[in-house]
Design a binder for this molecule. Structure first.
Ligand SMILES: NC(=O)c1ccc[n+]([C@@H]2O[C@H](COP(=O)([O-])OP(=O)(O)OC[C@H]3O[C@@H](n4cnc5c(N)ncnc54)[C@H](OP(=O)(O)O)[C@@H]3O)[C@@H](O)[C@H]2O)c1
Length: 262
């Protein structure tokens, strides 16, 4: 199975998606994989975007397929100054930030825990958890009422796997982080939510599909009997960024085809 990176037409996914037209949206991890699908969907919905990842050529490739106004911001989400710079560039160009989608993430299959290095642990935690905190901090400092922080979590955050200790801990961490942010930022009418994804064909998921047996086992373990595709992704993010989700905060919405049920 292969996913395509061009994203679905969001108009077909949620009626009223126009609620994000004109919104100023930062998407981290937008250079490939799921973040590039989100970029295409928010662009099609009329949002103004900042695309964030370390690889500038990858971001420019994604940007070349967008029709709306956007910025390319190449840098590392682990760098606190970089996160502030992205927010400042959004403010200079568009006058502010409405939505921050903390989606950049890395995953590795760990060795046996007794052989796992602190450096490998830190790389995952620093990117997935600390990078999310730094982005949320930069966003919260500039957002007004109606601001949205949306974090890409994982079903592994609540249902960890062996040999994925750092990744599972980082995603459990972001699920907790949005609950804390929601309480702190609620009085300012800023919401914070996570999306716990199951197994998607695109991005990191494609690594796990290289093993055909594992690919089939995961599909069998999923209530809907298949992996997630690009079309399954953007609806929940567009919804959380829209006025329809104004009263939803501090929660993790699972998008996993029923993987967590079994
Ligand atoms: N695909 C799945 O099945 C699945 C399932 C559950 C959760 N997720 C989550 O979905 C998110 C996106 O993953 P993906 O599957 O799309 O992976 P991907 O294809 O590897 O894309 C990851 C993106 O994050 C960027 N990135 C990584 N480290 C970064 C850093 N330090 N600073 C800035 N950008 C960085 C990468 O670009 P550069 O390398 O150029 O920086 C790339 O654009 C992640 O949070 C992942 O944990 C994915």
């Amino acid at each position: 199975m292969t996913g395509d990176n061009h994203g679905p037409d969001p108009a077909g996914l949620i009626p009223g998606h126009a609620g994000v037209a004109g919104r100023r949206v930062v998407i981290t991890g937008a250079g490939r994989g799921l973040g590039s699908v989100l970029a295409a969907a928010f662009d099609a919905a009329g949002a103004r975007l900042a695309l964030v990842a370390r690889s500038k050529p990858a971001l420019e490739d994604v940007a070349s397929r967008l029709s709306g106004d956007h910025l390319v911001c190449a840098g590392d989400v682990r760098d606190e100054l970089f996160n502030d710079t992205v927010a400042e560039q959004m403010t200079e160009r568009f006058g502010g930030v409405d939505v921050w989608i903390a989606n950049a993430g890395v995953s590795r299959e760990d060795p046996d825990i007794t052989r796992m290095s602190a450096a490998a642990w830190r790389e995952v935690i620093d990117t997935n958890l600390t990078g999310t905190f730094l982005g949320a901090r930069a966003a919260a400092a500039r957002m007004g009422a109606g601001g949205r922080i949306i974090v890409t979590g994982s079903v592994l955050g609540d249902r960890p796997h062996g040999r994925l200790a750092a990744y599972s801990a980082s995603k459990g961490g972001v699920h907790a982080l949005v609950r804390s942010l929601a309480q702190e930022l609620g009085p300012r009418e800023i919401t914070a939510n996570a999306v716990a994804l199951g197994w998607f064909e695109t991005g990191l998921g494609s690594f796990w599909q290289r093993d055909e047996q594992r690919e089939q086992d995961i599909a069998r373990h999923t209530a809907l009997g298949r992996w997630g595709t690009d079309a399954d992704l953007p609806g929940v993010y567009l919804f959380l960024a829209s006025p329809a989700a104004a009263y939803i905060t501090g929660t993790t919405i699972t998008v996993d085809g029923g993987y967590s049920l079994l």
